[in-house]
Design a protein around this ligand. Structure first.
Ligand code: 5AD
Length: 349
C-alpha cells in the first residue's frame, strides 16, 4: 500500500509511468488506495478546471449497425433489437431543444449505419453549425475512411469520439469479430488527430478477458496518444449478446481508473458515463469525486431512447435525460461541482 501510494505520487508529479508500474497500480487497487488517488485527482482537476463541470447533449442518431461486437446490444446479429434512424430534421430539433436548455456541445452518436453516408452526415453537421454557430459538434460514428473523416471535418465537425475499447490486440480480438482490429482502430484515431479533430478514445472496465496487464496498456495508450478526452465506463452485460452471462464491471475500479487518468493528464476531459450511472444511482457523483469533469445527458427523442440499448437497463431517465438538467445541477453541487453553459473545450497546455 505504501509503495502503491508512492506510485500515485509519482504519477501525479511526472504524468507518466513505465507500463509495469501502471500494472502494479491496477493490481494494488483497494478502497483506501482509490480514496488516496481520488483526493489527488480532484486536486489536479481543480487546478485546471476549478469547480466546473461541462455538459454535452448526446443524440443517438441511429441504432443500425453493420458490426458484430460481442459486448454490444446493437450488434447486427441481435435480431431482437428494434432499429431506428433519426431524420436530419429530428436531429436538428434535438439540438434546438438542447440549445434552449443550455447545451453548447452536441454529440451525434450512432452505430456504423451504412445509411449515414458522408453526404447525410455532412448535411446534418453543417445545418447544426448554421443554426447554432456558437456550438461544438462532436461525432461518434465509428470507423470511417480518412477521406470521410476529412469531409466531416470540412463540414464543420470539431470533435470525434472513438473508443479503442482495449489497447491489447489479443483482448481486442476477444471482444470483436475478426474483421475489426486494434490496428485499424488506432489508425482511425491517428487519422482523426492529424485531420485536426479534438479526439476522444476510451475503454470499458471489466470487459470479459480484461486483466491488470490490459488495463495497464490502456493507461499507457492514453499517456502516449494524449487525447483531449477519454470515455470509460464499466462493462454491463446485454441479454442478447454472447456476453449475456458475464459479470458487470466494477464501479469502484472504474472510479479508481478515472483518478489515474486524471493524474496522467490534468487537462483531460473525463466523462462520468451513463454506464457508471446505470450501475450506481450515484454514479455521476462518484465519477466527479474521482476526478471526472464531464457529463453527457441524453437529448435523443423520448420514443427512441430505449431502443438505443447498448447494454441492459441503460439509464435514460432522471438526471440522465437532458430534461433532468436541473437535477444534474443539484447532484453536481452536492459534490462541490458546478455545471457551466459553454463549449467546454479542454484547457490548452
Ligand atoms: N457495456 C458497457 N459499455 C458498452 N458499450 C457498448 N456495449 C457496452 C456494454 N455492454 C460502450 C462501448 C462503445 C460505447 C458507445 O458504448 O465502449 O464504444
Amino acid at each position: 500500500m505504501a509503495d502503491a501510494r508512492g506510485l500515485v505520487d509519482r504519477l501525479a508529479a511526472e504524468h507518466a509511468l513505465p507500463v509495469e508500474k501502471y500494472e502494479e497500480l491496477v493490481r494494488s487497487f483497494s478502497p483506501a488506495l482509490a480514496a488516496y488517488a481520488a483526493e489527488r485527482a480532484v486536486a489536479a482537476r481543480r487546478e485546471v478546471y476549478g469547480d466546473e463541470v461541462f455538459v454535452r447533449g448526446l443524440i443517438e442518431v441511429s441504432s443500425h449497425c453493420r458490426n458484430d461486437c460481442r459486448y454490444c446490444g446493437l450488434r447486427r446479429s441481435n435480431r431482437s433489437a428494434e432499429r431506428y434512424r433519426l431524420a436530419p430534421e429530428e436531429v436538428l430539433s434535438c439540438c434546438d431543444t438542447g440549445y434552449d436548455l443550455g447545451f453548447r456541445t452536441f454529440v451525434l452518436q450512432g452505430g456504423e449505419d451504412p445509411a449515414l453516408t458522408d453526404a447525410v452526415v455532412c448535411d446534418m453537421v453543417s445545418r447544426i453549425k448554421a443554426a447554432h454557430p456558437d456550438c461544438v459538434v462532436t461525432l461518434s460514428l465509428g470507423e470511417r475512411s480518412r477521406a470521410s473523416y476529412q469531409a466531416l471535418r470540412d463540414a464543420g465537425a470539431d470533435r470525434y469520439l472513438l473508443r479503442h475499447e482495449t489497447a491489447d490486440a489479443a483482448h481486442y480480438a476477444r471482444l470483436h469479430p475478426p474483421e475489426l482490429t486494434l490496428e485499424r482502430r488506432l489508425a482511425c484515431l491517428r487519422d482523426l488527430r492529424e485531420i485536426g479533430y479534438q479526439v476522444g478514445c476510451g475503454f470499458m472496465v471489466g470487459s470479459p478477458g480484461q486483466t491488470s496487464a490490459t488495463l495497464a496498456e490502456d493507461l499507457r495508450l492514453v499517456e502516449e496518444l494524449r487525447p483531449e478526452m477519454c470515455g470509460i465506463g464499466p462493462f454491463v452485460p446485454h441479454h442478447a449478446t454472447p456476453f449475456a452471462e458475464e459479470p458487470a464491471g466494477s464501479v469502484e475500479l472504474t472510479c479508481y481508473l478515472l483518478s489515474l487518468l486524471r493524474l496522467i493528464d490534468q487537462r483531460l476531459l473525463l466523462p462520468a458515463t451513463t454506464a457508471l450511472a446505470t450501475l450506481d444511482p450515484r454514479g455521476r457523483e462518484r465519477g466527479m469525486l474521482a476526478g471526472a469533469n464531464v457529463a453527457m445527458p441524453n437529448l435523443s427523442p423520448m420514443d427512441v431512447r430505449e431502443k438505443y440499448e447498448l447494454y441492459d437497463n441503460k439509464a435514460h431517465a432522471g438526471s440522465e435525460a437532458a430534461e433532468g438538467l436541473a437535477e444534474l445541477r443539484r447532484r453536481m453541487e452536492s459534490v462541490g461541482c458546478r455545471v457551466v453553459v459553454g463549449r467546454g473545450d479542454a484547457r490548452r497546455r
